[in-house]
Design a protein around this ligand. Structure first.
Ligand code: UDP
Length: 312
């Protein structure tokens, strides 16, 4: 039995809470730290009687000490465009001060460290699909910059602690991920479309719907994190599904899965909305032996119960 203790910052969030479950299943004791700005305590309700699990309400933008750990998973940050627009300064602080503090914990205890970064590091990409070697096309002063630049800075701090303090670090670049526990009102495309379809409202496609995203189901994404966590890979690794869909195709898929009679309506495209996004996962395939298994339609079906209950 693995007697290691792991810290998950952002542990009450969508991905953080699934990661807590996976680490507990691997035999870890887990401490989830979250300031509950966008995370929800209810994402961890099912762990209430788990003796190897502990929740600490911590704001990681202030120095903190969660006690000795062997692994730090730094996942704390607002992550949806609606959330980081609402909490822009908190997002910048989570990526900057929060990252220093998470790395200080790893350094202090000699713990391994894995941080959630993002495909937003590539901005509105000029290379397609995006390899880890692509440096990105980011508007440093646009509305998305609070997230994009915070995460680029997160990567820089992480590499600095690796180089200067020899912290054993890893960087996961996450592409659009979906599944149960996404907040209905976080504004992301899958919860928006599911909510609208289940309520019989029009599905709001922004722009003409020709922009693309590639959607990874949460169980695949978590499997990628665990493989990366066990690997010696210090450079960034794309963890995402390489099957690309237009947003219009995504809307049609949601309509098919929900059996909804909702119509599609068109709204203005948000500023700096990336036109195309698709990971090149050659590195994850070859170095981690990882690739996603769950297709979009299957993943949406697996999420349906959760969204039905959330809609009420
Ligand atoms: N989008 C949309 N309708 C919605 C929500 C989002 O058409 O109700 C589009 C959005 O403009 C973007 C894509 O879906 O092109 C993905 O948006 P999301 O907010 O999920 O994540 P992003 O990949 O932009 O961070």
């Amino acid at each position: 039995m693995n007697r290691q203790r792991a810290l998950v910052t952002g542990g009450a969030g969508f991905l953080g809470s699934h990661l807590c479950d996976a680490l507990l299943a691997e035999g870890y004791s887990v401490v989830a730290a979250d300031n509950l700005l966008t995370g929800k305590r209810s994402n961890l309700d099912h762990l209430r009687n788990e003796t190897r699990f502990e929740f600490q309400e911590i704001d990681i933008t202030e120095p903190f000490d969660c006690g000795e750990v062997n692994y730090v998973f730094h996942f704390a940050s607002p992550a949806s465009p609606v959330d980081y627009a609402l909490h822009g300064i908190a997002t910048l602080k989570a990526g900057s001060q929060g990252t220093f503090h998470a790395l200080d914990i790893a350094h202090k205890y000699g713990a391994k460290y894995l941080v959630s970064s993002t495909s937003e590091c590539y901005g509105d990409p000029l290379e397609h699909p995006q390899k880890e070697t692509y440096w990105g096309n980011v508007n440093s002063i646009g509305p998305r910059s609070v997230y994009d630049e915070a995460k680029r800075f997160t990567e820089a701090v992480t590499m600095a602690y690796h180089r200067y303090h020899q912290v054993d670090t890893r960087i996961a670049r996450i592409f659009n991920t979906y599944g149960p526990r996404m907040q209905l009102n976080d504004g992301r495309v899958v919860p928006n479309f599911m909510k609208q379809a289940l309520r019989g409202e029009d599905l709001t496609v922004y722009g003409d719907g020709s922009q693309t995203r590639s959607f990874c189901y949460v169980s695949d994404e978590i499997d990628g994190f665990l493989r990366l966590a066990k690997s010696p890979e210090h450079g960034p690794v794309n963890i995402g599904n390489p099957t690309e869909f237009t947003i219009l195709e995504c809307a049609r898929c949601v309509l098919a899965v929900t059996g909804s009679k909702s119509k599609i309506c068109y709204e203005a495209l948000p500023q700096d909305d990336p036109k195309q996004r698709c990971p090149d996962i050659t590195k994850a395939r070859t170095r981690l032996g990882w690739e996603p298994k769950v297709e979009l339609e299957t993943g949406l079906r697996l999420s349906l119960d959760y969204f039905r209950k959330a809609v009420g």
